[in-house]
Design a protein around this ligand. Structure first.
Ligand SMILES: Nc1ncnc2c1ncn2[C@@H]1O[C@H](COP(=O)(O)OP(=O)(O)O)[C@@H](O)[C@H]1O
Ligand SMILES: [Mg+2]
Length: 230
C-alpha cells in the first residue's frame, strides 16, 4: 500500500508525519539523558502491540526487568502493557556483550521466526563503546542500517546527544545513514527547562519541521503539535 503508515503511538507526532512513519524505516531517536528516548520507543512498541503487532526491544544497557518495571510504574495509562509482556507481544531482551553477529542473530530470529514488525535498539551510543577504532564503528553502523533496511520491520534506534543544542549541532554519521531522525530536547526557557520535539528528517514523507512542546505523562509521551515552545 502506497500510503500505509505506522502509528508512533503519539497522535500529535503522527499528525506531524502526515499519518505516521513510512513502513520499514530505520529512525534515530536522539536526545540527551532523560529526554524520554526509552519511553518514546517503548510507547511505539506498546502501540504496535495494541494493534496486534509484535515488538522487540533490544537493550544494550539496562536489564529487561528494570526497563519493564520502570514503564509499569511510570505509565499506568498503558493498561495492557503487562499483559503484552506476559503474552510476548512485546519482547525485551538484553545483549550483554555486544557483537554484530549476536545482534543480527537476535533481530533476524525475531523478525523472521516470530513475525516481529517493530524493533527498538537502545542505544547506539552504547554500541559505539564496543569499538576501539572509529572507522570500525562507522563500517558496522553502515552494515547494520543496510541489513535493517532489508528486513520487514520498522526500527527505532536511540542515540544520546547533548541536551539543548539545536543550532550548533555537529551531525553524527548516524543521522545521515538513518531514514529518519526525531530529536527530543530539554530546552531552557527563562529559569525552566521545557521538553520539546522536532522531526529533523523522514524519508518517504513530507513532515512538519516545527519545534513543538512535549510532555511525559502517566500515559507516555504527548506531543503538542501546533503549539509553540517559546
Ligand atoms: N509518568 C511520568 N510523568 C512525568 N515524567 C515522567 C514520567 N515517567 C517518566 N518521566 C520522565 O521521563 C524521564 C525518563 O525518560 P527516559 O525515557 O528514560 O529518557 P532517556 O531514555 O532519554 O534517558 C525521567 O527523567 C522523568 O523525568
Ligand atoms: Mg534511555
Amino acid at each position: 500500500m502506497a500510503n500505509e503508515r505506522i502509528s508512533t503511538g503519539i497522535s500529535g507526532l503522527d499528525k506531524m508525519l502526515n499519518g505516521g512513519l513510512p513502513p520499514k524505516q530505520n529512525v534515530l531517536i536522539t536526545g540527551g539523558p532523560g529526554t524520554g528516548k526509552t519511553s518514546f520507543c517503548m510507547q511505539f512498541l506498546y502501540q504496535g502491540a495494541q494493534d496486534g503487532e509484535k515488538g522487540l526491544f533490544i537493550s544494550l544497557e539496562e536489564k529487561p526487568e528494570r526497563i519493564i518495571e520502570n514503564c509499569v510504574v511510570a505509565f499506568p495509562g498503558w493498561t495492557g502493557f503487562k499483559d503484552h509482556i506476559k503474552k510476548k507481544n512485546i519482547n525485551v531482551t538484553k545483549i550483554d556483550k555486544w557483537t554484530y553477529e549476536q545482534f543480527i542473530d537476535t533481530i533476524t530470529t525475531y523478525v523472521s521466526q516470530f513475525k516481529t514488525t517493530r524493533c527498538v535498539i537502545d542505544s547506539l551510543s552504547v554500541m559505539e563503546l564496543y569499538f576501539d577504532k572509529p572507522h570500525e564503528y562507522r563500517k558496522r553502523l553502515f552494515d547494520m542500517m543496510t541489513y535493517l533496511s532489508g528486513m520487514e520491520c520498522t526500527t527505532l534506534i536511540t542515540h544520546e546527544l547533548p541536551t539543548g543544542e539545536t543550532s550548533k549541532m555537529k551531525y553524527p554519521l548516524a543521522q545521515y545513514v538513518a531514514d529518519g531522525v526525531i530529536a527530543l530536547y530539554k530546552l531552557e526557557k527563562q529559569e525552566k527547562r521545557v521538553r520539546a520535539l522536532e522531526v529533523i528528517k523522514m524519508r518517504g514523507t513530507d513532515h512538519s519541521t516545527d519545534l513543538v512542546p512535549i510532555a511525559i505523562t502517566s500515559s507516555g509521551v504527548r506531543v503538542y503539535e501546533g503549539e509553540k515552545v517559546y
